[in-house]
Write a protein that binds this ligand. Sequence first.
Ligand SMILES: Nc1nc2c(c(=O)[nH]1)N[C@H]1C(S)=C(S)[C@@H](COP(=O)(O)OP(=O)(O)OC[C@H]3O[C@@H](n4cnc5c(=O)[nH]c(N)nc54)[C@H](O)[C@@H]3O)O[C@H]1N2
Ligand SMILES: Nc1nc2c(c(=O)[nH]1)N[C@H]1C(S)=C(S)[C@@H](COP(=O)(O)OP(=O)(O)OC[C@H]3O[C@@H](n4cnc5c(=O)[nH]c(N)nc54)[C@H](O)[C@@H]3O)O[C@H]1N2
Ligand code: SF4
Ligand SMILES: [Mo]
Length: 742
Amino acid sequence: MSVVHQSVCRTCQIYCPTLVTVDDGRITKVTGDPTVELYQGYTCVKGRNSKNLYGHADRLTHPLKRMPNGEFERISLDDALSEIAERLQELRQQHGNDSVAMYWGNHLPEDHPSNMAMAEAFMAAIDAPQAYNVLTIDQPGKAISTALHGVWMAPEGHKLEPDVVMVVGCNPLVSHQHQAGPPADFIRDLSRRNGQLIVIDPRRTETAKRAAIHLAPKPGEDVAILAGMLRVVFEEDLWDREFVAENVDGVEALRAAVAPFTPDVVARRADIDAVELVRAARLFGSAGRGYVIAGTGPSMSGWSTLVEYLVKCLDTVTGHHLRDGEPLVSPISFLPYAQPKAQALAPWPAFTESDQMRVRGLVRSAAGRPTAALPDEILTPGEGQVRALLSIGGNPATSWPDQLKTVKALRSLDLLVHVDVQMTTTARLADYVLPTTLPYEVPGTNALADFLPLFNSVWGFAKPFARYTPPVVQRPADSDLAEMWQILFRLAGKVGVGLEVYPGVGKEGAAPGTEPVKLDMSAEPTSEEMLDLTFAGSRVPLEEIRATPGGVTREDHNVVVAAKDPGWTGRLDVGNPLMVGHLNEVATGQSDALDDPRFPFRVTSRRLRHVWNTPTYAIPADYPTYNPLYIHPADMAELGIEAGDLVEVRSERASVRAIADADDTLRRKIVSLSHGFGGLPDEDEDPARGASIGRLLANDRVFERYSGQPLMSNIPVALVPLAECATSTSDLDAADCAPAAH
Ligand SMILES: Nc1nc2c(c(=O)[nH]1)N[C@H]1C(S)=C(S)[C@@H](COP(=O)(O)OP(=O)(O)OC[C@H]3O[C@@H](n4cnc5c(=O)[nH]c(N)nc54)[C@H](O)[C@@H]3O)O[C@H]1N2
Ligand SMILES: Nc1nc2c(c(=O)[nH]1)N[C@H]1C(S)=C(S)[C@@H](COP(=O)(O)OP(=O)(O)OC[C@H]3O[C@@H](n4cnc5c(=O)[nH]c(N)nc54)[C@H](O)[C@@H]3O)O[C@H]1N2
Ligand code: SF4
Ligand SMILES: [Mo]
């Protein structure tokens, strides 16, 4: 029997509405749902191909325990959780609660709306402060700069008919990192109104090809470029004096700090055309409405917080915020309604000084504890040493920077528990591997896309859209799976602690005064009950969303931005002393600090269309399973290599082997590689599995002081063609051709 269900893709944060065809209990087809105007039937190859995840031979369906001989054996989930609880209790008793850490990656928030709040509740219940997440190795500057700058309480300036959009180190046409919906929609809408797109990216990306102005700088110079643009905006009086006088502090400090970044200075540093830089600044500054989005490019190149702060400064000094009386086009559906107001919420502390790491002088920031320093917290003996790690929804052994140190740390743990759907690099190192359900087997919603504006104002929907989906297929027969929140609930029960769960996105994101819900630990809630808890009091009631299979698109509440409250004193800050001090350092510092004649190339990060971070076993058949190393054709000619050749990529830290591919959209001497690929360092180097970019990184050399995020892109490397090694008569000696020592 064939049935078509309306559902929601949960492979990434775009949550496309889908039509899922189920034949005799098996998913045979996933397509876009054409009934949803906002998405126009859009899906991507990853979402359509996700049907292959289900029923695949490589899918994990039973918990595994690593035996003393190193082999994995099946164990029941209940027994596994009992054993894990016992070991956690021993460690807590012997070494204190500090010895237990949790890391959650992308699939935790993605899979079920209650997972995040449940993870937070679990760590609070065992009174363990060592909670880490993926944000600090992604774009931590988004959260940190928000705390330093403050927020506009009508957070939607970008949704109302912009005249200009500037995209910095982001490639939404492939990554979808922007509005939920078809990724090119924002460009189409922009050009319909004769608006302009500016892109700043060392590569002529799919997005850059659509831009009116594309600056292709050296990577790592975004601070200088944005400071240079701010300077033009001030010099040419393109800033919004009235808005700034009314709502913004620190403008004189910012103006002084950007003064050294003249167009000529910036052009020289970034190797771009000074005239084009000024043109971009004028276009941005003189537009009536506009906004900037920054992606992973600048964050991975070492500048997350300062770049994200300057992005906010540009939007704020040009007054690109919603005003009194303007419509809010996409109020959040899944949270209680909050009246938008044309006023500033003043900055708040971005750092918790009392929450110190033991290494590199790092502290917890608004983005969380520095994940990049967790391997050191595991390896450094003494009080507070982490001995157990619960790894949920991510893949530390591949995604964390500095794979060599990460793997050494994971191997040294007394207990590593990993929750996943497949035997990833991390799973292979774990003591217990706990398999989790796949999205179409459980109820879900598209709420995370709806919530995203809470974390960054340029994410989320262009129009409200709330959809619920029931499970559309059964779990595999005989499987022993649980949802992530369920695993945590059951583990808490075995440890003997009660859980208090906050609605919405958890305590950190909760409105002041929100009370947690005490769970009855003797009766496991259902997945649906967890949804009820999470969406309590939502603007659009969950009952209504459940009862409307196509989804609810309600724009009620006559959502018009209200005037500033009488007597309101909150102001945004564009002159934060930490940021201004850092700008001064950049102005007077060397821009060529990374240059090293031994490593004439730089490897940058990029996303591939057909995989989402760690590839799954279900890569579409017509796409490569490896991780192409993209090189400019002229550089390939100089190196004497062709597409398909093996190349050793060598950094100061390590070397990996990659399969070369030509890409003339790159700058010369800049190569690019995706993350998520590759095996463990001591496994046979199989180029078909793809090269690990994380192995080339060091976590303690060049790192951002605010988040601990190290250089994860723009890494100095040398490229050595392997064919040359085989036949070398040149100045390459045998040592050059052997993999670099780890
Ligand atoms: N050098 C370098 N390093 C990087 C980056 C970079 O650009 N360059 N990017 C960084 C960024 S932005 C991020 S977000 C992190 C990612 O870091 P993580 O979140 O730690 O890693 P992911 O690969 O996203 O982990 C996702 C996990 O989900 C599993 N999975 C796949 N499909 C499903 C599913 O349908 N359901 C469930 N439950 N699980 C599934 C996968 O097997 C995988 O183990 O990596 C960072 N690391
Ligand atoms: N298909 C697909 N989509 C994804 C993912 C995926 O793996 N595959 N991953 C998801 C995740 S976890 C995230 S965080 C988002 C990320 O979304 P994006 O940030 O859009 O990610 P990328 O496509 O890697 O784009 C980063 C861009 O930065 C450029 N760049 C590199 N260094 C610099 C620099 O120093 N300065 C500037 N200005 N640019 C630089 C690169 O050339 C690249 O084009 O994508 C998400 N979406
Ligand atoms: S864009 Fe994301 S949500 Fe949409 S189909 Fe692709 S993977 Fe699924
Ligand atoms: Mo990410």
